[in-house]
Design a protein around this ligand. Structure first.
Ligand code: MCU
Length: 431
């Protein structure tokens, strides 16, 4: 399905925007549909070899110049996307030739055909009380997800079993699941990106439905632990996702790769690469040399900007690398700042309970507020950074760049001026 192209009202190409009005202008709003990838037309030059011990500058383009306007972010983001796919996660294919399916009050079916190969999978739906249509939060894998807070906030839960799309427990040359049915069992694309692709195809089906049950213009995603890694990647690689809420995602999730490689007790890069084929095959070149990575996860955070992002971390379990989670969130917040949307990113790790993937009282309020703001278009974003003092990263130690004052240039950062809009998986944690 390659059709349908509404775009976020917030990005629409009005006349000149001033710095003061940027926050309001760049904030996506529920009620309007975006593209899965609004930078698909950007030309991305081949990258050279790099070595950078610190976090790469999100604002410096591959040609060596820095962006200076908000509208330039769109194609800079496309560069980051390409680098992230080629070095970290593996390629996310362009939207397939055909996606069909059904939406009911209890489930979604998805049928995909691309390049002559077909597959199917399904997801569960749990509606909140009241009358729809409802926005929805895709919950990956069920583990630790606070579905009660989601439904009581007025959003449906789409229960997505990531393993239907990308199985764990396979070797890298015999990957299994719906994604690999289409793109081949020796695809270099890792499970996190395969899961992200599955969520994008669910959104395709919701978009094509008559809209009487679920609204396609209010979609969130969440998951804990390995499913937090998946939620983070899903939100970064589909701009139709209005709210991304990764929980305790650990190495290969939010934590900055360069930083987590040095963080005491955190899962090493080589361990995350080999535990499951979560990351793309190409990441093998970097497990022992993260300085050679052309990107880091603060830029993946930046790919989510200016959309809603609520990062939740657990500072009590060293393996989860929460200090590096804060480094990535602080670094990525600079992209939100540059786009005038700082309030749209929140980070909360000052939590009491050390149990991995516990349902936490400290997160309920910010989750509810985020769902209301980004999926129901009411109230205001939490805009909070509550970092546990015990796991607080120091961004200044990790960067040698400063955040530019991007100027609004009257263009549309979304598209160059088109005024077009007005099952649950299981896993065991062994640490
Ligand atoms: C934090 O996510 C993972 C972690 O990367 C693994 O090393 C561990 O085995 O499992 C965690 C998880 O998904 O726990 C449910």
């Amino acid at each position: 399905m390659r059709s349908r192209r509404y775009r976020p009202r917030g990005w629409a190409g009005a006349a000149c925007v001033t710095a003061l009005t940027l926050a309001a202008t760049l904030t996506p709003q529920a009620g309007v549909l975006a593209d899965e990838d609004d930078g698909a037309d950007c030309s991305v030059p081949a990258p050279g070899q790099t070595s950078e011990a610190l976090l790469p500058d999100p604002f410096t383009k591959l040609d060596g110049t820095r962006i200076s306007t908000t509208s330039e972010w769109r194609c800079r983001r496309a560069e980051i996307k390409e680098l992230a796919e080629s070095s970290v996660y593996g390629q996310k294919p362009a939207p397939p030739d055909s996606v069909t399916g059904t939406v009911s009050g209890s489930g979604i079916t998805v049928n995909v055909t691309d390049q002559g190969r077909s597959t199917s999978f399904s997801a569960d739906v749990d509606l909140p009380s009241g009358s729809g249509p409802f926005p929805a939060v895709v919950v990956l894998g069920g583990l630790g997800a606070d579905t009660q807070t989601i439904t009581s906030s007025g959003a449906a839960v789409i229960g997505f079993d990531p393993y239907a799309v990308g199985e764990e427990g396979t070797s890298r040359n015999s990957k299994q699941g719906a994604f690999y049915d289409v793109y081949g069992s020796s695809s270099g694309t890792g499970l996190l990106m395969a899961w992200s692709w599955g969520i994008s195809r669910i959104i395709d089906v919701v978009e094509q439905s008559d809209g009487s049950i679920l609204r396609a213009d209010g979609t969130g995603v969440t998951g804990c632990s390995r499913f937090g890694k998946g939620a983070f990647v899903a939100g970064a690689f589909d701009q139709r996702i209005d709210l991304t809420m990764p929980v305790e995602s650990g190495t290969a999730g939010v934590p900055a790769l360069r930083s987590v490689a040095q963080e005491d007790g955190a899962q090493p890069l080589s361990s995350a690469y080999s535990e499951q084929p979560w990351l793309g095959d190409a990441f093998s070149s970097y497990t022992g040399n993260p300085a050679a990575l052309p990107v880091d996860t603060h830029e993946i955070v930046g790919m989510v900007a200016p959309r809603g992002l609520l990062v939740m971390e657990n500072p009590h379990v060293d393996w989860l690398g929460a200090t590096s989670g804060s480094v990535a969130a602080l670094g990525g917040r600079e992209v939100y700042r540059a786009l005038g949307a700082e309030d749209n990113i929140s980070y909360i790790s000052d939590v009491q309970d050390g149990t991995h993937c516990a349902t936490r009282s400290e997160w309920k309020g910010p989750m509810r507020q985020s769902i209301e703001r980004f999926l129901l278009d009411s109230g205001s974003a939490p805009g909070e950074f509550r970092i546990s003092p015990s796991e607080s990263g120091d961004l200044s130690a990790w960067r040698n760049w400063q955040t530019p004052n991007l100027t609004g240039d009257g263009g549309d950062p979304g598209d160059g001026g088109d005024p077009g809009d007005g099952g649950s998986g299981t896993c065991t944690a062994d640490f």
